[in-house]
Design a protein around this ligand. Structure first.
Ligand SMILES: Cc1cc2nc3c(=O)[nH]c(=O)nc-3n(C[C@H](O)[C@H](O)[C@H](O)COP(=O)(O)OP(=O)(O)OC[C@H]3O[C@@H](n4cnc5c(N)ncnc54)[C@H](O)[C@@H]3O)c2cc1C
Length: 410
């Protein structure tokens, strides 16, 4: 058969997209192809489990719009389907005078993004929220919450199946061929014909995009984020979520403390270059993938621009003492022996040829394909909003059939 839509990737973005397509347009036939033998094995299954409020993102950007809308949609979804979550709030803490202008900028952005109830906290007021924190000033963000995104993704999958969407596991896409107006998606086992491909392949989204778009101007650079777990008898040091003021030039939030919905407290993640796209530990090295990263002109520029930050992150990755020191800026009482080895996740961060780490989400449209080329954090929070946008883009194709779509970036 020829499917109306093939979604590539069974992470939270692919699943939310497939669900939104089947929810709004159940008449469209859809199959989702996932290379692993289970869903959500990569970014979706290895993240911090935070429901982001949208405070950090540039007003009007896709991250800001989708995070704020996705946040509301996610909470409504969880209420409707009984997925546990908790809105515990978080604090962002400035620990040096030079961080205060950036803290003010974040507060301003949050207000521009429509967040209400944000509170500026003095040194003393910080202690009311987190008694063990030491900082100069801070912000309390009441909207932030915690959740397990694997549970959310599983729920999306149940709903897709209920609407007769097909989810195929162990189906690694290796090629997409044009077959007189229809796309032929080739996997390691078989082939699927479709009118529209929606690429949500996360860490491999650029590879999939290049199957239909040779001139793709971005590559995915994998940044590993490593965590420690706080020992049970020291978890009292953290009540909820404690974040530093992020470096405005680096697209990551800095190591922080996160109380998890399933229990426990994590510290991290840092951000180090992974030597393979799914490189969850220092010893995971894929020479072919590493060479591709190093050869990308944009990465070379990033390396020159951020070498100092990058070396610091690398050092903290190898030295537990240095990692602890970064955490002690927020909680001076935390000790090296309080930290147990935790897991790691790898972020798919797009980098353009000119050396920009893309700050915003990026969706690339072609006539017979839509590619999600950059969906890092807060894409889990935003998944339903991104999914709805992709469902609308897909639906337009079926309404305006045959009208050619120019290359278009969103
Ligand atoms: C350390 C870390 C912490 C984070 N913390 C948060 C947070 O607290 N809150 C938040 O909102 N976001 C967070 N994020 C970001 C969030 O997890 C991601 O933005 C989101 O999970 C992206 O979902 P995805 O579906 O695009 O990617 P993925 O979950 O990676 O899914 C992509 C899927 O595509 C499949 N695939 C790849 N290639 C192929 C192929 N050739 N054929 C078939 N299938 C293929 C993969 O196997 C994978 O299952 C974090 C991310 C990381 C790494």
């Amino acid at each position: 058969m020829t499917y109306d839509i093939i979604v590539i990737g069974g992470g939270i973005v692919g699943l939310a997209t497939a669900w939104k397509i089947k929810e709004k347009h159940p008449q469209l036939s859809l199959a989702l192809l996932e290379k692993e033998n289970q869903l959500s094995l990569h970014q979706t299954g290895h993240n911090s489990g935070v429901i982001h409020s949208g405070i950090y993102y540039k007003p009007g950007s896709l991250k800001a719009l989708n995070c704020i809308r996705g946040y509301q949609m996610l909470l409504a979804f969880c209420e409707q389907h009984g997925v546990p979550y908790e809105l515990c709030g978080k604090i962002i803490v400035a620990t040096a005078p030079e961080e205060i202008p950036q803290l003010e900028k974040i507060l301003d952005r949050g207000q521009q993004n429509g967040l209400t109830g944000l509170k500026r906290l003095s040194q003393e007021a910080l202690k009311e929220y987190e008694p063990h924190v030491q900082g100069l000033e801070g912000i309390f963000v009441p909207q932030t919450g915690i959740i397990n995104y694997k549970t959310v993704a599983e729920k999306y999958a149940d709903l897709i199946r209920q609407k007769e969407g097909l989810i195929m596991l162990g189906e690694k896409v290796i090629d997409i061929q044009d077959n007189s107006g229809i796309s032929r998606v080739i996997t390691t086992h078989r082939q699927y014909d479709t009118r529209l491909v929606v690429n949500c392949a996360g860490l491999y989204s650029d590879k999939i995009a290049r199957l239909t778009q040779q001139k793709l101007n971005v590559r995915i650079i994998p940044f590993r984020g490593e965590y420690y777990e706080i020992k049970k008898d020291r978890q009292y040091l953290v009540k909820n979520l404690i974040y530093p003021v992020p470096d405005p030039n680096f697209p990551f939030l800095g190591v922080h403390f996160t109380r998890m919905i399933q229990g426990g407290v994590e510290a991290g993640p840092n951000a180090v270059l992974a030597f393979q796209r799914e490189g969850y530990s220092k010893s995971h090295v894929n020479m072919g993938e590493l060479m591709e990263i190093l050869a990308w002109p944009g990465f070379q520029k990033v390396a020159r621009k951020y070498w100092k930050t990058g070396m610091g992150e690398m050092y903290r990755s190898f030295s537990k003492a240095a990692f602890t020191k970064a955490l002690q800026r927020l909680i001076p009482d935390i000790r090296e022996e309080d930290l147990l080895p935790g897991g790691a996740g790898v972020r798919a961060q797009a980098c353009d040829r000119e050396g920009g780490l893309l700050d915003d989400f990026m969706i690339l449209e072609e006539e017979k394909a839509v590619h999600v080329c950059n969906a890092p954090s807060p894409a889990a929070t935003s998944s339903l909003a991104i999914g709805e946008t992709l469902a609308q883009l897909a639906w337009q194709r079926f309404q305006q059939k045959k009208k050619p779509f120019p290359m278009n970036e969103r």
